[in-house]
Write a protein that binds this ligand. Structure first.
Ligand code: DQA
Length: 145
């Protein structure tokens, strides 16, 4: 069974309460439940994690070496700032799907750059919570078992 790591960055633990007009009303737990249902369908085993700390996210990416067959990542604000996360992701040789609930390219200009995109097989943005399940479906065509 393919193992998939789903990583979530800062402030995503406040989904549901945080700017619902932009990010929707689903909580991160709702999104995790959606991912678990989709993973079951696709016969993936998932680890779903969130951290507000850049270093912790990097530790998890490093820990993914040789442990997972694919990754879904919404690095939230670190998407636009973290060369360190970029460098860590660069060490992985598994498919990476970048997800954003909102369409970052049509928002403030400081959200237009992503340090994750050059390393991602696909970017799914502006699809809300469904973006996560779409990412899992896309991964199912890429992961090596
Ligand atoms: C986000 C977009 C980022 O620009 C923002 O900092 C987030 C969430 C999204 O899912 O739309 O925290 O990654």
């Amino acid at each position: 069974m393919a193992r998939i790591l789903i990583l979530n960055g800062p402030n995503l633990n406040f989904l549901g309460r945080r700017e619902p007009e932009i990010y929707g009303t689903k909580t991160l737990s709702d999104i995790e439940a959606m991912c678990r249902e989709k993973a079951c369908e696709l016969t993936f085993e998932i680890d779903f994690r969130q951290s507000n700390h850049e270093g912790e996210l990097i530790d998890w990416v490093q820990g993914a070496l040789d442990s997972y067959e694919g990754m879904v990542i919404n690095a939230a604000a670190y998407t636009h700032t973290s060369v360190a996360l970029h460098d860590a992701l660069k060490m992985l040789d598994i498919p990476i799907i970048e997800v954003h609930l909102s369409d970052t390219k049509t928002r403030e200009t400081f959200r237009h750059n992503s340090y994750i995109t050059p390393l991602a097989q696909k970017v799914i943005a502006g699809q809300g919570a469904e973006g996560y399940t779409q990412a899992l479906t896309y991964l199912s065509s890429l992961v090596k078992l």
